[in-house]
Design a protein around this ligand. Structure first.
Ligand SMILES: C[S@@+](CC[C@H](N)C(=O)[O-])C[C@H]1O[C@@H](n2cnc3c(N)ncnc32)[C@H](O)[C@@H]1O
Length: 654
């Protein structure tokens, strides 16, 4: 978690350009003078040979690219409002669902989630010619007007009324440009959110794969490219020339050198066997014959599962579960193999050779990895846990139909067209994250029916991981009447319903082998205008500037601002994650929100003189109070300020 004490940039949705400038200044301080970039000094620092002066160059460019960068750099004045009634287990939940336009949401999240996300999977509109998405294509419109429209959210945070969410048809003169202008700022912030060892997977097809690769090279750097995966689907016999039955997933790292060298996928059906073996070892102790017999019975009871294909692994010893393998092969080594225990030679069958040399063999005997069937016949023990993974491959097959059918069955109706296959996304989660990584966050900001959230929950339930998801989805209206009748007005409603069901399902399957997941539930938020009267975040860098800005308004919060809404807005502005554990304290009849073991206190509802001593006695590092609670009593405010100064507590009045 970021340290609020060292966090000086308080009230903004962080500006990506500022972050990069700071990084460059840290790397090449001599290229900056009085906080500004000195291009000549930068050239000197890099060496003239590394600089392109003018003329032809390799570049990806499109109509509106400069505008897309400007859009990216404008801070958001929106916030996220908690919606308890749309959440599951709100107070303890470790997962987050956000209803809103993703670029605005990403900007709002940027400060609190900067460098914290381990994996991002997105499945953006492919730009097929009939896709709708949000793009700035009114080139005659000034940047200011565009941004004003973008920031003036409807009350429900949708932006729909302004006509931003539109079909981008192939006839549109800026067909590719619009798509690239939509993708660039979102990818840029996505990169900022990724941890050093973070990775991003982006689905697309032939419509834009060439442009996507170009823009990702620009944003992430070509050196961070990991793979262009080919996802093969069902064959198509209806095409004119060639049936295109595949799409792509581009995989990039934030820093490729920080990503683990080896990624692996568990072989299907192996995890339940390993869990059962652990259970049998606990039950039977050293009686490995009894454990092996019970394991054989377990395989018979699980004939219909993928585990059954591994039934040759049916013997248990102290090292694990193994199968007996022939230690010879046609091309193996031919020599006189000696049993190190008896000194006798072990005969070799005709036309075969040994799979090891004498030294390796003696070591295997010592490790009890050789079974002596008789004094002259041996088998080698191959353990399941040593052969239980596969290296993910860049080409894989998974037809779309099965995912649609599974989702329809799961939700009890056909509510969402073309969901991605949750099993494939689960494998992305499995290969690129670690079950022991307690701070793993997986994000999807084109969530659709929430396949990624489902996949994260499923992977956690398989390997006991505590990965958390953040899903973002536009409240795109549902047109189909049958779907509306089923109670869904928007795709966000469908996504929430799926996550709730997945949570119920996983909670109901928890048993000894798969213990309950911590924080199983999700906090639902909605993008809304700020609770405060216009944050001018663009020039606020210090608490003093923040306070000064707030002074411009007699009362910073809006008349109808709800206390919990303001609290979550401030959490984000102070760089704290939405799932930060919160304590609600009663202090002398006043309500106080406390986080980080009471090191940070928020007073947002009411304040009285009697609260000062108990608050100071808690020895927080920081107390944040909204001005309205002092009810125009400067005396009360200065008393609190003075006592905080005396106790070395940072006091911020908002
Ligand atoms: C192709 S679908 C994703 C499907 C998803 N992978 C699944 O398996 O269900 C893309 C989704 O992104 C949403 N979307 C498009 N533009 C968006 C935006 N600017 N902000 C948030 N969501 C957006 C659309 O509403 C749509 O549901």
């Amino acid at each position: 978690m970021s340290d609020p004490q060292n966090d000086t940039n308080l009230a903004t949705s962080a500006n990506p350009a500022d972050e990069r400038r700071a990084q460059l200044a840290a790397l090449i301080p001599d290229a900056f003078t009085e906080g500004k970039l000195d291009v000549a000094a930068l050239k000197r620092a890099l060496g003239e040979a590394a600089v392109i002066e003018s003329g032809e160059r390799y570049a990806l460019t499109w109509a509106g690219k400069a505008n897309a960068y400007k859009v990216l750099q404008t801070p958001s004045t929106a916030t996220l409002r908690p919606e308890r009634d749309k959440s599951v287990n709100f107070d303890d939940a470790q997962h987050v669902f956000i209803e809103g336009e993703n670029l605005e949401v990403l900007k709002v999240l940027q400060k609190a989630y900067f460098g914290k996300v381990k994996l991002i999977y997105i499945d953006p509109p492919y730009n097929t010619g009939s896709d709708s998405f949000i793009y700035p294509d009114r080139f005659q419109e000034s940047k200011e007007d565009y941004l004003r429209r973008l920031n003036e959210l409807d009350d429900d945070g949708t932006l729909m009324r302004e006509g931003f969410f539109r079909k981008n048809s192939k006839e549109n003169g800026h067909y590719h440009s619009n798509w690239l202008s939509m993708m660039l700022p979102r990818l840029y912030i996505a990169r900022n959110l990724l941890r050093e060892d973070g990775v991003i997977f982006v689905s697309c097809d032939d419509n834009e794969v060439h442009n996507l690769r170009g823009v990702m090279n620009e944003v992430f750097g070509e050196e961070n490219f990991i793979a262009q995966m080919v996802w093969e689907g069902a064959s198509k016999n209806t095409a004119d020339q060639i049936g295109v039955n595949h799409e792509y997933v581009l995989v990039f790292a934030r820093f490729r050198s920080s990503v683990p060298k080896v990624w692996a996928l568990a072989k299907d059906g192996v995890a339940p066997i390993l869990r059962e073996v652990e259970r049998l070892k606990l039950q039977h102790g050293d009686d490995f014959d009894a454990a092996s017999n019970d394991l054989a019975a377990w395989y018979r009871a699980n004939k219909a599962t993928p585990s059954f294909a591994n039934r040759r692994f049916r013997y248990i010893d102290k090292n694990g579960v193994y199968k007996e393998d022939d230690p010879t092969a046609p091309g193996g080594r031919k020599f006189k193999l000696i049993n190190p225990k008896t000194g006798a030679e072990i005969p070799l069958r005709a036309n075969r050779g040994w799979a090891f040399d004498q030294v390796e063999f003696s070591k295997l005997v010592e490790q009890q990895r050789i079974s002596f069937i008789s004094s002259i016949s041996i088998m080698v023990r191959r353990y399941l846990h040593e052969t239980d993974t596969l290296t993910p491959q860049s080409v894989f097959y998974q037809p779309a139909r099965s995912a649609s059918e599974r989702l329809e069955k799961f939700l009890g109706g056909s509510f969402f067209d073309y969901p991605k296959d949750d099993e494939v996304i689960r494998q992305f989660v499995e290969m690129a994250t670690d079950s022991n990584d307690e701070s793993c966050i997986a994000m999807d900001f084109f969530a659709g029916s929430a396949t990624t959230s489902h996949a994260v929950l499923e992977q956690n339930s398989r390997d006991g991981g505590q990965r958390r998801f953040v899903a973002i989805q536009l409240p795109e209206p549902v047109e189909d009447e049958t779907i509306q009748k089923a109670g869904f007005s928007t795709i966000a409603d469908i996504a929430r319903a799926r996550i709730s069901k997945a949570i119920q399902h996983i909670a109901s399957k928890a048993d000894l082998a798969t213990p309950p997941q911590l924080g199983l539930g999700f906090k639902s938020f909605r993008l809304t205008p700020s609770n405060f009267k216009q944050w001018r975040g663009d020039f606020i860098d210090t608490p003093e500037q923040l306070a000064e800005q707030i002074q411009l308004f007699a009362k910073g919060e809006k008349e109808d601002a709800q206390v919990e809404d303001m609290f979550y807005e401030l959490l984000l502005k102070f760089g704290q994650e939405l799932t930060t554990p919160v304590e609600t304290l009663e202090v002398e009849d006043g309500k106080v929100f406390a986080i980080h073991e009471r090191k940070m206190l928020f007073v947002l509802e009411s304040f009285a003189e009697a609260m000062i001593d108990p608050l100071v006695a808690m020895k927080p590092r920081e107390i944040i109070v909204i001005d309205g609670v002092f009810q125009d009593s400067d005396m009360l405010k200065s008393n609190l300020d003075l006592q905080c100064r005396d106790a070395g507590i940072r006091f911020t009045c908002i």
